[in-house]
Design a protein around this ligand. Structure first.
Ligand SMILES: [Zn+2]
Length: 283
């Protein structure tokens, strides 16, 4: 019996390690809404530290509070908790509870964003995204606003983006008698210099602290390019500008510089003295 246990021990331990370090499958995860545990050193980070998939909501679904379901997202933990005689002194003590999620990640799990697993590369060094979250849709009071490109953002900034969409952009569209359906030409984390200039100071995009947005698409098919000069949408674009400049510390759009003639850039860069930059000429 002892020999049997000894023979089994390495396999059991190795199996658990494989489970913890195995790359996240690209899709088809079990749909779960879950607060996230805080980041660990990447070498120790289990695959399940990534956000769990939240199933897309139907248009008639209200935003539901999400259940705490760390157990469901980490099935391997159940085996640990019951204890195995094969590996009593492994790197993860038996029965050790998962650390609680950060306040931001917990808030984000309930923000209305439909969370996706993070991409394999969420940056490192100067391009590391602090508490990364990835999402491609935001549930609102009366539907869902999708993004044409999933974005990975720093959690604190992502929360502000989700609130901007839910609280401001949806209301702005409604004042025009429309329902916001989609954010077009979205861009988030990207390890690059400002204005895509090689060697330039790193952009806020490098740390997931910035969002690019090209157009708003309404449910009735009406597209509102934010860089447009269409008189019919000027009031709406002006409202978007005011709301963006109230929420974010940097707003760059047409009129700011040559790099922002065809899209809007918003970020939460922190500057001395609380200085904010609102540069978007709506015409
Ligand atoms: Zn940008």
């Amino acid at each position: 019996m002892l020999a049997l246990l000894c023979g089994l021990a390495p396999d059991a331990s190795e199996g658990r390690e494989r489970a913890r370090t195995r790359p996240q499958p690209a899709a088809a995860e079990k749909p779960v809404s879950a607060p996230l545990p805080p980041r660990r050193p990447s070498a120790l980070r289990p695959a399940t530290a990534r956000p769990a998939i939240v199933p897309p909501a139907r248009a008639d679904q209200a935003v539901k509070p999400v259940a705490r379901a760390a157990e469901a997202s980490e099935p391997g933990r159940a085996g640990d908790a019951t204890g195995s005689p094969a590996d009593p002194a492994g790197p993860f003590p038996m029965g050790s509870p998962l650390p609680p999620p950060s306040a931001c990640l917990a808030d984000f799990a309930e923000s209305g964003a439909e969370i996706l697993p993070n991409p394999a590369d969420t940056g490192s060094g100067d391009c590391e995204v602090e508490e990364p979250v990835t999402f491609k849709a935001i549930r609102t009071a009366d539907g869902t606003v999708t993004l044409d490109n999933a974005v990975t953002l720093r959690c604190g900034f992502a929360l502000e983006v989700v609130r901007w969409v839910r609280e401001d952009l949806v209301a702005i569209a409604a004042t025009d008698g429309r329902k916001l359906s989609k954010l077009v030409s979205t861009g988030g984390h990207a390890c690059r210099g400002r204005n895509r200039v090689a060697g330039a100071k790193l952009s806020e995009h490098a740390t997931g602290n910035a969002l690019d947005l090209g157009q708003l698409l309404m449910q009735d098919g009406r597209a509102v390019p934010l860089y447009d000069r269409e008189p019919a949408t000027k009031a709406l674009r002006e409202s978007v500008r005011r709301s963006a400049c109230a929420r974010f510390t940097t707003v760059l759009g047409p009129g700011a510089d040559a790099s922002h003639q065809d899209h809007l850039h918003v970020d939460l860069r922190q500057r001395g003295g609380g200085y904010k930059m609102c540069q978007w000429t709506v015409e």
